[in-house]
Write a protein that binds this ligand. Sequence first.
Ligand SMILES: [Zn+2]
Length: 273
Amino acid sequence: MKIKHLFIGLGIAAFVFSCSTNPFTGKKTMALVPNSQLFPTSFTQYNQFLTENKVITGTSDAKMIKRVGERIASASEKWLSANGYHGYLKDYKWEYNLVDDETVNAWCMPGGKIVFYTGILPIAKSEAGVAAIMGHEVAHALANHGQQRMSAGMLQQLGAVAGNIALQDESARNAFNQYYGVGSQVGVMLPFSRNHETEADKIGLYLMAIAGYNPNEAAELWKRMKANAGSGQAPPEILSTHPSNDSRIANLTALAPTAIAEAKKFGVTEFRD
Ligand SMILES: [Zn+2]
């Protein structure tokens, strides 16, 4: 593999994983590429994506995406601080953009770089629907799911326990894109595992509720996703990485009261649809 020359061995004895604690599970998670390398790469790729795509500004939809984004970011900060993770988001540089593209997709790259495609807005349907999608995508980023997936993939490609991997040249950026799904030239973004999906659903639900959006709307959103997937049109891009199924919808419905209770801890008792 081309990626091999990126591998910087730390010496025979130093088979050391770079681990970080996941604030949502309390477990150590694998992070071969430290955030100090990952975030600058993410920011560069994000800016490049924006220059190559049509960013919509000034419309009510574009303003709504920013408004929801700011509320979800603020909810993330409050929730992490309340749970003892002060400073967890210190290197985040939140940004929320609406891109003119019929693809049914939305994503959040490492460090809080969010894109919504106009194609997902009819399925999101309402501001709470947008909040449900954004909460979920932000949750993947906060829990470093992409990082874990990329690290596992890199290990598989290397066929060895690696100590450190640099993200400096083109093949490394391609690996980054494969696991974070930026752009379409590089190939298909790999799906998240079911565990990661369940985790992101739960965190996302908390975030949307703390941000003041009705968490009952999350299950409604995934029902619409499912209906859209069966409508005979091309299936939504987001469903290739986030399969929608009945157990996910049932799980979100069951968790909604917990999210409302969580929001109450932050003084939030009214929720917009
Ligand atoms: Zn997901």
